[in-house]
Ligand binder design. Structure first.
Ligand SMILES: [Zn+2]
Ligand SMILES: [Zn+2]
Ligand SMILES: [Zn+2]
Length: 146
């Protein structure tokens, strides 16, 4: 009578690992300015196609939401990252796809879920596409006019 007592307690090791590239946009960010973003008029924003202020690149530029400077993204020369550190301005919006990035959270911010970001997102959308963003959920206060 052979009795094997080898316990089969080999821990199921994490084979998969979580390496998916997609990161949920944050719905909160502690780095938003306490006062509303300044300048909610298109004339005060750099027009679409403004070159990077540091290298003149026209690719994948970002607009700093604090001071409206235009700098290129990480896949170009990363000048918006430099700006975020030197100027301590954490939040920028992409001119190419209107995504909003917080350099301190190191994450995208959900413009639809963060009330402070909705006006600037809508403004940029109007500048880029000439129309209101289709899915913007305005706060109840702004909608209660029926
Ligand atoms: Zn640049
Ligand atoms: Zn700035
Ligand atoms: Zn943040």
């Amino acid at each position: 009578m052979t009795r094997t007592s080898s316990s089969a307690s080999v821990a199921a090791s994490d084979v998969a690992g979580h390496e998916s590239g997609y990161v949920e946009p944050r719905t909160q960010c502690p780095h938003l300015p306490s006062s509303p973003f300044p300048a909610m008029h298109a004339s005060e924003y750099p027009s679409m196609g403004t070159p990077c202020g540091s290298c003149g690149s026209l690719q994948e530029n970002w607009v700093c939401l604090i001071c409206h400077t235009v700098e290129c993204g990480r896949y170009v020369n990363g000048h918006m990252l430099v700006h975020s550190m030197t100027a301590d301005h954490a939040i920028a919006i992409s001119q190419s796809d209107l995504s909003i990035w917080c350099f301190k959270c190191d994450a995208y911010l959900d413009a639809q879920a963060i009330p402070e970001l909705q006006p600037v997102f809508a403004l940029m959308h109007r500048m880029k596409f000439g129309e209101e963003p289709p899915l913007l959920h305005l706060s109840d206060a702004a909608i209660s006019m029926c």
